[in-house]
Design a protein around this ligand. Structure first.
Ligand code: KG4
Ligand code: ZN
Length: 333
């Protein structure tokens, strides 16, 4: 089954053709990052207008009208995401479904992220899955593509959001995650400790055993930075210290979930799963007998292949949309 996937939930306009949820036949992504950089973050109205401007040329690069006979279904991100951006993708997907008489498969963006590592490996169930992105920090117990539960989530900011906010405070640019990651590689996380103790991030109480919290970390670092002079020379150490705290919390809560549920398989996804420190630490878990899975770097962030891939399993389940399907900025599971 060949599915044409469309992703426009945030600031990437992406279209992909994927076979049987596994083989990426073609994919094109137009990133708006250069446009939003100027504002230190994604500006929703600009994002939706950019999708409108680029989506048909991105689509054309992936498939011509004559090749639509080879497509079995049209998949599109339905939410969560920026509503104006989602509506552009959904509008195009519906127009394609209608004019070429193809079924429409609406896809949940979080489920699509969680699916990304499945594009590249056979991953058995059950596993503990972590989706860490700019908008979400969620820990799942996954028993099957349509059988999973949310174990925990952030009680305030998402982890990627915290990276982006710290980068803003430090005037490093947008998106903050990759910039902090790069600077941190030249830094010493302990060097920053002279300015205070390691903050105690969300302890493992019964209620918060699988939950995350990032607003306190951001505030603690912002406060410390305000009392520092010569910040420029300390950037690598600041980034290394912040990154270690942010990522160690992801690791600690994920480990709790693996241990409590007696599971030895761990899957990470979402933009933050591109973080080099996170990937290194997770890979090291293999020595402890944990099978670990992560997508290649270019599939950690938003892309249409994960949408088309996830849609294959939704289609097998008969989870189709229709011409009345709507988009939602908030969408549960
Ligand atoms: O999944 P994604 O592309 O979009 C959302 O659905 O949010 O994630 C984007 C987020 C941004 O906050 C970005 O700073 C973060 O992922 N990110 C990283 C890294 N690369 C991207 N965070 C930490 N380290 C990275 N290497
Ligand atoms: Zn995303």
């Amino acid at each position: 089954m060949r599915i044409l996937g469309i992703e426009t939930s945030c600031d990437e306009t992406s279209v992909a053709l994927v076979e049987n949820g596994r083989t990426i036949l073609k994919e094109r992504t137009h990133s708006q990052v250069m446009v939003h950089k100027e504002f230190d973050g994604v500006v929703p109205e600009i994002a939706s207008r950019q999708h409108l401007v680029y989506i048909l040329s991105v689509l054309e690069e992936v498939i011509s009208p004559g090749q639509m006979t080879e497509v079995d279904a049209i998949a599109v991100t339905q939410g969560p995401g920026l509503i104006g951006s989602l509506l552009v993708g959904l509008g195009v997907a519906k127009a394609l479904a209608y004019s070429f008489q193809k079924p429409l498969v609406p896809v949940n963006h979080i489920e699509a992220h969680l699916y990304a590592p499945h594009l590249f490996a056979d991953i058995a169930f059950p596993y503990v899955g972590l989706v860490a992105s700019g908008g979400h920090t969620l820990l799942f117990l996954v028993r099957g593509f349509h059988d999973y539960e949310v174990l925990g989530s952030t009680i305030d900011d998402a982890v990627g959001e915290a990276f982006d906010k710290l980068a803003k405070v430090l005037h490093l640019g947008y998106p903050g995650g990759p910039i902090i990651d790069k600077l941190a590689q030249q830094g010493d996380p302990d060097a920053f400790l002279e300015f205070g103790k390691r903050p105690q991030l969300l302890p493992d109480t019964e209620r918060d055993r699988y939950n995350f919290s990032y607003s306190g970390l951001k505030t603690a670092f912002t406060y410390r930075i305000q009392h520092l002079d010569n910040v420029e020379s300390k950037l690598p150490n600041i980034c290394a210290a912040f990154q270690r705290e942010a990522i160690d919390l992801l690791l600690r809560k994920s480990w709790n979930a693996l241990e409590d549920h007696g599971i030895s398989r761990f899957v990470i996804s979402g933009g933050v799963s591109a973080n080099s420190y996170l990937r290194k630490q997770v890979q090291a878990w293999q020595k402890k007998g944990i099978e670990t899975f992560m997508a290649p770097l270019e599939y950690c962030g938003d892309n249409a292949a994960m949408v088309a891939g996830r849609a294959y399993h939704d289609a097998l389940k008969g989870k189709y949309g229709d011409l009345r399907t709507d988009a939602y900025s908030r969408l549960g599971f």
